[in-house]
Design a protein around this ligand. Sequence first.
Ligand code: 5GP
Ligand code: MN
Length: 339
Amino acid sequence: MNCEDARTLRHWLSTPQRILLIPHKNPDGDAMGACLGLQHFLLRTQQAVTVASPNEFPAFLKWMPGAGEVAYYCKEQERVEALIREATLIFTLDFNALDRTGPMEEALKGAEARMVMIDHHQSPEDYADIRYSDVSMSSTCEMIYNTIVALDGAQVLSPQTAACLYAGILTDTGSFKFASTSPETLRVAALLMERGADHTEIHRQIFDTNRPERLRLLGIALKNMRILEPYNTAYITLSQEELDSCDYRKGDTEGFVNYGLSISGMVLAAIFIESREEGIIKISLRSRGSFSVNDMARTHFNGGGHINAAGGRSEAPLEETTRRFEALLPEYQEKLSNP
Ligand code: 5GP
Ligand code: MN
């Protein structure tokens, strides 16, 4: 965050505000870590701070301090709309386009509060009064750490905030392995450890709390994987029926898409997951090198994200969606051969 924006934000926070922190729909570790980490930090300055999420987040993040007090638009629409109406300061975290909040979009568009965007995705919209947008960042949580430093708060950063931010950095960097992990990311992670983030326990809570059904679902996903050698591409499908057979819960498919890229030589990996409830196929794309899945998701799947990790959706049935995906690959042949 630049000095001028930090000064402005510090000025706003010098008087009592009604603050709302908002993650994107289907919030992941980075979005929830950013909201809950910043909430703990702001609470100590006596502000009224609520996290309001469009919908539920995965069970493997429920250990985060404050997770139990999150307000959900999908369950308490009127309460959240009142919070948005009455807010004086709204932070939108880990997204940069209001439609990423799904059905909350309209209420947010009508909000009178000042808006602060903190985010690391490409192509930010123009709705915020303060826009801290940096695609070179590993995670929004790393940016929240920088924001806290800019607000002169590093010395009072609590173990609760440290744990939330560490969890977001951990999940968004694929445990510090993605190209977005910089030396500075590791320095921030180290500082968070010094501030009380218990890295072994956080890792256990996120990665080693599987239900057996989730591993059975992974078995089905791997069995369904198709490998298209000429295009260095691997993709997985999961139908609603397959999800149901394994008692699917939110977050169960997190990370499945990465198995495609773990095959030697693969440049592009995808997963197509049927959602009967939403009437769509949810798509996750991952890539290696300079192949931009952000472009692919934006151009063909009504989505977006980062160069090497993006998501989108299709309204066509599962089989038609994968047929369309396969039909796109010749157009990308050159880039898939030389990532
Ligand atoms: P995932 O595949 O894990 O859902 O998302 C990968 C990345 O793409 C995340 O950074 C996420 O925020 C972004 N992303 C996922 N779905 C969408 C989408 O529908 N639209 C946009 N703009 N970004 C998405
Ligand atoms: Mn993120």
